[in-house]
Design a binder for this molecule. Structure first.
Ligand code: GLN
Length: 542
């Protein structure tokens, strides 16, 4: 029997509902239960794939190639359960399905309405394919009271009635602000948020209260009375130093036991937090620090590179070292004048990206890392630009560029028009739709035994997740090999370069995929562990 835990939010956005859901999933797992996490996003976009990283943060890509909300990244990092196309839904997708059914005549001439047709579609999504899962955690995006969220709240309210007793639990995450001038904790916003939730028929079972300061018993009592819950159901969620401390802190504050009690599981299985304790211990007791520069276009919004920054932290955990990330705007390093921004770095990373703006700055930084033998890690766009840099400056190929960036005669990176996955053929041209037309999800690559990458992965066959339209052009392979580029990984059909390296350099690797998506705090990705290790060696020289 699967039990359902619905996580809603109130008072303000950005309270960390995704991390709270992920941490609850990790705690239930640590008690030996199986979990699945799902995200219900009320916006109208069909998927976040075409949304600006500035507005929405990173797009997280699953194994099966679905472009999803970044919260799914938190779920995977905390529980190591791979998400799929079934785990993220948006209003856009729900409406698409309802309208498709209406056109087919599936509703037999009935008037199609939000209740029951849209809500039924949402419920179907929640209940689908949960066989053998002990707990399905469903996070509702946005905050209670948002117009577009209403059908989702209505659907989970209905599920609360329709599913058997003790099979659903409603968790509400709120903010309890501290007013410095009055030196007081304020419970009123939480009261109002719960009032709003109750007005649509949902009585929360557990309140998770984010606050800067610890709540005292009188605050807890007040929240309990006004929100119609027991005092034990008011859980403190005070700020912590690292997000990986959250499972333990929540456990200490009784979050998981209270959720389980509300589901009538009075004697839960014993908890084992050993792997989390190890992670937190390493983060809190680093042996040293290393300075890594991430040079990108979206550096003002850290959420745009969420999985990447976490993977760097994981690389630090593997080396018991604190990774200090320097976010550098690629538009600021176009000229030699700004080279000082790169001088203090022991490792340079160019992440995934799109479009011309800032690309020359990134190429400048790659050139600096190559010549000065600073560990360099290029991811997706970062790899493509590393190939352009070497083609221009080492192989002397005139106007070498990507066809994404110019109409060059020498597209060392070009648009991929045809490819295969699982015996299915995919096609695209420059007029194709923008959404959902990239090479997405997990693809295999074969490593060259004579490469640094093979030493790092310790295996010949790897699978990594992709998200891109362009590819390094295999027709330039020979010319690039002549100047010392090693095609260290390639697609099994030998056509798509997956990893490039520069020989005679301590650590210069470009990968066409996104290894950061598969890194976990308790199982850091080998490329990140190795990159941080090489950067630590570089820092000792400085
Ligand atoms: N813009 C490049 C492409 O579409 C790289 C994409 C990326 O870095 N994710 O191929």
């Amino acid at each position: 029997m699967t039990r359902y835990i619905f996580i809603t939010g109130g008072v303000a956005s950005s309270l960390g509902k995704g991390i709270a859901s992920a941490a609850l999933g990790a705690l239930l797992q640590a008690r030996g239960y199986s979990v699945k996490l799902r995200k219900l996003d009320p916006y109208l976009n069909v998927d976040p794939g075409t949304m600006s990283p500035f507005q929405h943060g990173e797009v997280f890509v699953t194994e099966d190639g679905t472009e999803t909300d970044l919260d799914l990244g938190h779920y995977e990092r905390f529980t190591d359960v791979n998400s799929s196309v079934e785990d993220n839904i948006t209003t856009g997708q729900i409406y698409n399905k309802v309208i498709e059914r209406e056109r087919k005549g599936d509703y037999l001439g009935g008037t199609v309405q939000i209740i029951p047709h849209v809500t039924d579609q949402i419920k179907e999504f929640v209940l689908n394919n949960n066989k053998g899962v002990d707990f399905c955690l469903c996070e509702i995006g946005g905050t209670v009271g948002d117009i577009e969220g209403l059908p989702f709240f209505e659907a989970i309210r209905q599920l609360g009635n329709e599913l058997p007793d003790n099979q659903t639990c409603f968790v509400h995450l709120t903010l309890v602000p501290y007013i410095a001038a009055a030196e007081e904790i304020k419970t009123k916003p939480t009261q109002h948020s719960v009032k709003e939730l109750r007005s649509i028929g949902i009585q929360p079972d557990v309140l998770l209260c984010r606050s800067e300061k610890r709540l005292d018993q009188s605050d807890i009592k007040k929240i309990a009375v006004f929100c119609n819950v027991s005092e034990k159901s008011v859980i403190q969620a005070t700020d912590v130093k690292t997000i990986y401390e959250i499972p333990k802190v929540y456990m200490q504050n009784g979050f998981d036991t209270q959720v389980l009690a509300s589901l009538n599981i009075k004697r839960p299985k014993k908890i084992n937090l050993r792997k989390w304790n190890k992670v937190v211990n390493s983060l809190n007791n680093p042996k040293g620090q290393v300075n890594i520069g991430v040079i990108g276009k979206y550096v003002d919004l850290k959420d745009a590179y969420k999985s990447l920054s976490e993977a760097l932290v994981h690389g630090g955990i593997a080396n018991d070292t604190n990774v200090k990330i320097h976010w550098i705007d690629s538009e600021k390093i176009k000229t030699k004048k700004n080279i000082r921004l790169l001088k203090s770095l022991s490792g340079i990373l160019i992440p995934g990206g799109f479009g011309k703006r800032g690309s020359e700055g990134k190429i400048f930084a790659i050139n600096y890392a190559r010549i000065n033998k600073i560990p360099f890690f290029g991811i997706c766009f970062g790899m493509q630009l590393a190939v352009i840099e070497a083609a221009r400056n080492l192989a002397k190929i005139d106007n070498a560029n990507s066809s994404e960036l110019s109409n060059t005669k020498n597209p060392v990176v070009g648009l991929m028009t045809e490819w295969e996955k699982n015996d299915k053929k995919f096609q695209r041209d420059s007029n194709s739709d923008y959404g959902g037309t990239m090479r997405l999800g997990s693809y295999p690559a074969v490593l060259n035994k004579n490469s640094l990458s093979y030493k790092i992965y310790k295996t010949k066959n790897i699978n990594e997740r992709h998200r891109h339209r362009y590819e390094v052009n295999i027709n330039y392979k020979e010319k690039l090999e002549k100047i010392g580029m090693n095609f260290a990984g390639i697609s099994p059909d030998g056509l798509l370069p997956e990893i490039i390296e520069i020989k005679n350099h301590p650590w210069f690797i470009g990968v066409q995929f996104h290894p950061e998506l598969k890194s976990r705090p308790f199982n850091p990705h080998p490329l990140f562990s190795s990159f941080i290790n090489a950067s630590i060696k570089e820092s000792k020289k400085k």
